[in-house]
Design a protein around this ligand. Structure first.
Ligand code: AHR
Length: 551
């Protein structure tokens, strides 16, 4: 049986046809998508399209913050080019100040007059990647020039909600209360509100989202699950609210560590039940880092290079990224054994590929790395996974926004470019706040050899959503060599109009640089409508977005 015949047969026997008659299958198609317009999966929270910024390397200083007196165009010290680009992708939420940095951060160091702010040792001073830096640099000694006021201003200018990560390891629960008080107490009500007002911020910030510790199983304190549960309970009991609908996000597992989630939830729900309606998020971090093809679990030895890779490494990185689907399923099932009503949603507040150092654009950019088409596909398949699980994912923030692991932007001094990841967020922006739809994909797997043994990866996947008559379908073709001639059948409606855009490059290593900022860019993709079906050819190694207006 040839590949196309196999595909046709597999489609014809698919569950989707149990309730609607099959449409004829075009001989030349490689893939088919059944888009079930009347099968909503749930509302895709706009917050799923969030970003993460930490005081590490070049993220804040050089990336976001250039300073009010800089010659680099800025608004209130924030890099203007960054704000302009963020408005194109409608960034809904930004997480700050860490990451691991958060559990060593005293928020009081970053408020009050800039001239009198405390200079402190940055958490990342001990990181091996930081050892190459000049030891008096601001990546090593934190100036606190950028603090809570500046971050909230950055969020306002970006029209994003602030999401603050609380220091659970080295500050007290009372200091957490005071940070909430500083941010949210009404003008004139408390001494901390007066302090805020004295910096020009009279109106309360109204911060809703608070992460209670970061990676509390590791850099955030090396807690046991039981000890963390006890701290979480202490930190989140009777926090002053000032009428703000506070939401607390607990520090979830390392990758898919089910034991951590079991034991924290068992403590909070079964052994010493704790009913706090504000506990609504459970953080998950998933980095795709191990490209050793099963040879090692060592954090340094297992990593690959951001730009030097072969086709097997390409699939290896996508496979590692794709583990997010399993993680979401496992964690959700575990949480549901205790939190029966699923009050707590998953907050994937760090995700992306993580490579060895060497491709950062400036030595001060700790964890800075180049972003190629491979990373764009990893990001896109992750966002598609979130879209397909709208009831489970409350929020997500990509790690990290600029000059870091899975960056959307690279900046140094007056130079600034967008990476392929930015284009992915632009292509996917239409999913924000839309109703996710069921879409059945049928495409043969990609087959290849991994160290002499046959291996495979899925051939085409994506996600779909709908806002009124507008349907968005995003697609990832991981096949590094072959395009996918794809038929899209609309079940329960007809297309009046359709258009498509694609992020593709002849070379899967393609990336943007300061000298060649537009090597990877979005272009239009032909899409045709005939007999109620759409036809689009998705190029190899690409991400596509099809916009459909229903008749
Ligand atoms: O994103 C870089 C670091 O990775 C974060 O600070 C930490 O939370 C994670 O381990």
């Amino acid at each position: 049986m040839d590949r196309r015949q196999f595909l046709k047969n597999s489609v014809l026997s698919g569950a989707a046809f149990a309730f609607s008659p099959p449409l004829p299958w075009t001989q030349s198609a490689d893939a088919r998508i059944e888009l079930l317009l009347n099968e909503p999966l749930g509302f895709i929270s706009p917050l799923v399209y969030g970003q993460f910024t930490e005081h590490i390397g070049g993220v804040i200083y050089d990336g976001v913050w250039v300073g009010k007196n800089s010659k680099i165009p800025n608004i209130s010290g924030i890099r203007r080019a960054l704000l302009d680009r963020l408005s194109e992708i409608h960034v809904p939420v930004i997480r700050w100040p860490g990451g691991c940095f958060a559990d060593s951060y005293d928020w009081r160091d970053g408020v009050g007059p800039a001239a009198s702010r405390q200079k402190r040792t940055n958490f990342w001073e001990v990181e091996p990647d930081a050892q190459r830096l000049h030891d008096s640099g601001r990546q090593i000694f934190e100036s606190n020039e950028f603090g809570t006021n500046e971050f909230v201003e950055f969020c306002r200018l970006s029209h994003a909600e602030p999401y603050l990560a609380v220091n659970l390891r080295s500050l007290s629960a009372l200091e957490f209360d005071h940070w909430v008080e500083y941010c949210n107490s009404p003008q004139g009500s408390t001494s901390l509100a007066d302090l805020r007002s004295s910096s020009g911020f009279r109106e309360p910030f109204g911060v809703r989202y608070w992460g209670v510790g970061n990676e509390s199983w590791g850099c955030g304190g090396n807690f046991t699950p039981e000890d963390y549960a006890s701290e979480f309970r202490r930190f989140t009991t009777w926090v002053p609210s000032y009428g703000v609908d506070l939401q607390f996000i607990g520090s979830g597992p390392n990758g898919d560590d089910i034991d951590w989630t079991h034991r924290v939830f068992e403590e909070l729900y079964t052994l010493r039940p704790y009913h706090n309606p504000r506990f609504t998020g459970w953080s998950v971090h998933h980095y795709a880092w191990n490209l050793s093809r099963g040879r090692t679990q060592d954090w340094s030895a297992g990593k690959g290079d951001a730009l030097q890779f072969d086709n097997v490494d390409w699939y290896e990185l996508l496979r590692e990224s794709n583990r997010i689907e399993q993680i979401i399923g496992d964690q959700w099932a575990t949480m549901g054994q205790y939190d029966l009503s699923h009050q707590v949603k998953l907050v994937v507040d760090e995700y992306g590929p993580w490579y060895s150092e060497g491709t950062e654009l400036d030595p001060t950019h700790i964890f800075g790395q180049q972003i190629s088409m491979r990373d764009a596909l990893a990001t896109a398949l992750t966002l598609d996974t979130f879209n397909r699980n709208p009831e489970k994912i409350g929020m997500a923030t990509c790690a990290q926004l600029v000059n870091n692991l899975n960056a959307l932007f690279l900046a140094h001094e007056d130079r600034f470019i967008v990476t392929p990841n930015f284009h992915v967020f632009a292509l996917y922006a239409g999913h924000q706040g839309a109703q996710a739809l069921r879409a059945e994909f049928s495409a043969a797997d990609v087959h290849y050899f991994r160290d002499g043994k046959p291996a495979s990866f899925w051939g085409l996947r994506g996600s779909a959503s709908r806002k009124g008559r507008q349907v968005n379908l995003t697609l990832v073709n991981p096949d590094v060599k072959n395009p996918k001639a794809t038929e899209i059948a609309l079940m329960g409606g007809r297309a009046a109009q359709a258009s498509a855009r694609v992020l593709a490059a002849a070379d899967p290593h393609a990336h943007n640089t300061f000298d060649q900022p537009d090597t990877v860019h979005v272009r239009n993709l032909e899409v045709s409508v005939s007999s109620g079906q759409l036809h689009v050819t998705v190029p190899p190694a690409s991400v596509a977005a099809v916009g459909i207006t229903l008749g």
